[in-house]
Each structure stands twice: as structure tokens, then as C-alpha cells.
Design a protein around this ligand. Structure first.
Ligand SMILES: Cc1ncc(COP(=O)(O)O)c(C=O)c1O
Length: 401
């Protein structure tokens, strides 16, 4: 296989466009081929055995690797600035496969409490059934985390910014703690994407994505991704081959296409989010705005802002806000919106809004939600790529004067 075209030292946008697996593509095409074959023919037994030896790139059966998947994986790895990437049929497949590639019965993992609900379910209800002990730690309680770690702790799992509170976790500090205790750091970078944040550069071991969100970016696919160094990813690839949650060629091709515009989309997502967060902060019926780029009102908020500034290129495009008047008023706002759609998920071209109490956190008792800071009047907005003025006008008519 020829080396990928763009070197890591070239710019992010260049790598996104020119980092395909082959150079040139067959038929001198400028875009990658979409290869649907489930299996591949060989000239000789020797050639087949040699290909099967290559667990990282060998193309002999599409559950292991297929050309279209390898192309998208090479592109994503270059954007992340790391050795390897693996694509999955969903973000949950990426999370479960990556974690299961690291742990076995008798091991222990520590998890920060503010993580995606599906991952909560996996760590709380599935892993313990396989003899893996799980300790939940308050997000950003670094002393509590150190206390929770044991010799058999194999992994620490967390995300930043978190959903829906948009807390920022110190990646460098987490890497230092993990390295000192010999525990691998697995990190969900879905909300930031490799354009805004490169966790492996801070010393983390493995990254996972719901590629369904910004990486694919158009709310038309379910997909996951994992990235990391070559040694780390060899285990992830082997585990993916066993559990079988590989991405299909058509989706992988669509991801390659989406990745080429990730930088431009993220810039516009962030521009829009900044304008909307500033508008919401001024609105008399909005009690509080959670956005990593908002002006700090306390020392702890200032520390969070500084951290976001240090480890993220911009602040992302998720905004949570609490309206005065609680749940009834929040319901009214959502139902009055005309342009911003009521819907779960995030990271697509269109703006979406949801009340966490009806979606990600619906299985929690009100008191549990409130302990996490999620009030009844909280709304979570995924800011899309529409004209920001139109989004503000829609919020204005829904919130009322
Ligand atoms: C932060 C985060 N991680 C992981 C997932 C799971 O991804 P998927 O729905 O693609 O399986 C989601 C889904 O909403 C998410 O928001």
C-alpha cells in the first residue's frame, strides 16, 4: 500500500481533503472508490495467507477491513494526528469495543459521572455482569478520582465538554493521573471533534466518537470511530473483528466526504453558537447559560473558561440554558419554536433543541438530575449552520419579550 499523500505537518483542512489511503485512486479518480465486496480473491494461497497476517490493513473479508473504510480511517487518523483510526456501525459500538479491548474479569474502571447516557448504561449495567468493577467519580473531582484508583484499575473513561452541562475536564491533568497509576485514559471527543480538540496530543491513550454527530455532520448516518496509537488500535481492530460492529462501505464513503468539510462546518457552527449564547445571556427570561465561551461569573467558571481556552481551538456549538419559569415554560418555548426542531442528537447542519429531562436524562429521578445541575427548565441546543439571525429571531419569538 502506498503511503497517504498528506503529511501530518500540513494544515488540518489539507489533511482532511488529501489524506485518503491510496494515491492515486483507481481510474485516476479524485475521490475514493466505494467498494461493496464482502470478500476478495487471491492469486495464490501464499498471497492470501500474507494478507491475512496483516491485521491492520489486510483486505480479505470486509468485517476485518474494506478499502472504503480504510480510506476514511486514514483520513480521520491524519486529522487526529495519530497512528490509526477504526470506524464502527455506531458511536456505542466504538465505545463498547474500545473499552472491551482493554478490560477483563477482575479489572476495575473509573468513570466520571457526566458522560453520555448510553455509555452510563454500559458501565452501570453491562460491564459489571462480566466481572469488571466500576467506580463513579464526580466529574472534575481529581482527588476523588485518585482515591478511586486501584492496582487493578485498567481504564478511566470521561468526556469533555460534557453533555448537557458543558463542563470542561483538564486533559493534561487526567493524562498525568492515568500515567502515574498505570490506567489507560479513554476519552469521548464527540462534542469537540478533532478540529477543536486533539486529546491524544495531551497524552490520552484512546479516543472515541459518535461520528453520527459532527464528523458525519448531516443527521443522515449512525456511525462511530476510535482513534489512537498503532499499538492501542491493534487491540481495537482485533476486538472489532470479534464483536463485528464494523462500518459499512457506503457509510464510510459518506464519512470521507463529510470529513473534507469538517473544519469549515465547525467554524460556522462555532460562529453561530457564539452569537446565540451572547443573545441568550442578555435575555430576561433566561436564568443561566452553559456555554464554554460565555463570560465567567465566578472563579470556578473562570478556571473552566481558561481550561477551554487552553485545550480547545474554539468553544464548540452546544449551548444549554435554564429558563425562568421551570419546566412548563421550557415546554412552551420548545413548542413555539418554528425553525429550531425538537429532536434528540446533535452536531448536524440543522439546529436541534431538547429538554434533557425528556431525552438523555429521562430515566433519572428529578433529584438525581438536579444533583447533576440539570434543572426542570433546562434546554439543550445544538446550534446548526442556518443564518444566525434567523435562529435568534426564532428564539426571540419563542421566548417572548
Ligand atoms: C457524546 C456522545 N457519545 C456517544 C454517543 C453514542 O453514539 P451513537 O448514537 O452514534 O451510538 C452519543 C449519542 O448521542 C453522544 O452524544
Amino acid at each position: 500500500m502506498k503511503p497517504p499523500k498528506a503529511e501530518n505537518r500540513s494544515g488540518f483542512e489539507t489533511r482532511a481533503i488529501h489524506s485518503g489511503e491510496e494515491n492515486p485512486y483507481p481510474y485516476r479518480a479524485v475521490t475514493p472508490p466505494m467498494v461493496f465486496s464482502s470478500t476478495y480473491r487471491f492469486e495464490s494461497i501464499g498471497a492470501m495467507l500474507e494478507t491475512m497476517q496483516d491485521s491492520r490493513r489486510g483486505i480479505y473479508y470486509s468485517r476485518r477491513h474494506h478499502p472504503t473504510g480504510l480510506d476514511a480511517e486514514a483520513r480521520l487518523a491524519r486529522m487526529e494526528g495519530c497512528g490509526e483510526a477504526a470506524l464502527f456501525a455506531s458511536g456505542m459500538a466504538a465505545i463498547t469495543t474500545t473499552v472491551l479491548s482493554r478490560v477483563q474479569a477482575g479489572d476495575h474502571v473509573a468513570v466520571f459521572k457526566d458522560i453520555y447516557g448510553g455509555a452510563v448504561n454500559f458501565f452501570a449495567n453491562v460491564l459489571p455482569r462480566y466481572g469488571v468493577d466500576v467506580t463513579w467519580v464526580d466529574t472534575n473531582d481529581y482527588a476523588g478520582l485518585e482515591e478511586a484508583l486501584r492496582p487493578e484499575t485498567k481504564a478511566i473513561y470521561f468526556e469533555s465538554p460534557t453533555n448537557p452541562m458543558l463542563k470542561i475536564v483538564d486533559l493534561e491533568r487526567m493524562a498525568e493521573i492515568g500515567q502515574r497509576h498505570g490506567a489507560a485514559l479513554i476519552f469521548d471527543n464527540t462534542l469537540a471533534t478533532p478540529y477543536l480538540q486533539r486529546p491524544l496530543d495531551w497524552g490520552l491513550d484512546g479516543v472515541v466518537y459518535s461520528a453520527t454527530k459532527y464528523l458525519c455532520g448531516h443527521s443522515d448516518m449512525i456511525m462511530g470511530a476510535a482513534t489512537g496509537g498503532a499499538e492501542w488500535m491493534a487491540k481495537v481492530h482485533d476486538t472489532r473483528y470479534i464483536y463485528g460492529g464494523v462500518v459499512d462501505p457506503h457509510s464510510a464513503w459518506l464519512l470521507s466526504r463529510s470529513l473534507t468539510t469538517l473544519a469549515m462546518r465547525m467554524e460556522r457552527h462555532c460562529d453561530n453558537a457564539e452569537q446565540i449564547a451572547a443573545y441568550l445571556a442578555r435575555h430576561p427570561r433566561v436564568e443561566r447559560v452553559y456555554f464554554p465561551g460565555s463570560a465567567a461569573r465566578s472563579r470556578s467558571e473562570l478556571a473552566q473558561r481558561d481550561l477551554a481556552q487552553r485545550q480547545m481551538k474554539r468553544h464548540g456549538a452546544m449551548i444549554s440554558f435554564e429558563v425562568a419559569g421551570g419546566g412548563d415554560f421550557a415546554d412552551r418555548v420548545v413548542e413555539r419554536l418554528k425553525l429550531i426542531a425538537l429532536g434528540v442528537s446533535l452536531g448536524g447542519i440543522e439546529s436541534l433543541i431538547v429538554e434533557p429531562r425528556y431525552a438523555t436524562h429521562r430515566r433519572m429521578a428529578r433529584e438525581q438530575r438536579e444533583a447533576l445541575g440539570i434543572g426542570e427548565g433546562m434546554l439543550r441546543l445544538s446550534v446548526g449552520l442556518e443564518s444566525a439571525d434567523d435562529l435568534v429571531a426564532d428564539l426571540e419569538q419563542a421566548l417572548g419579550a
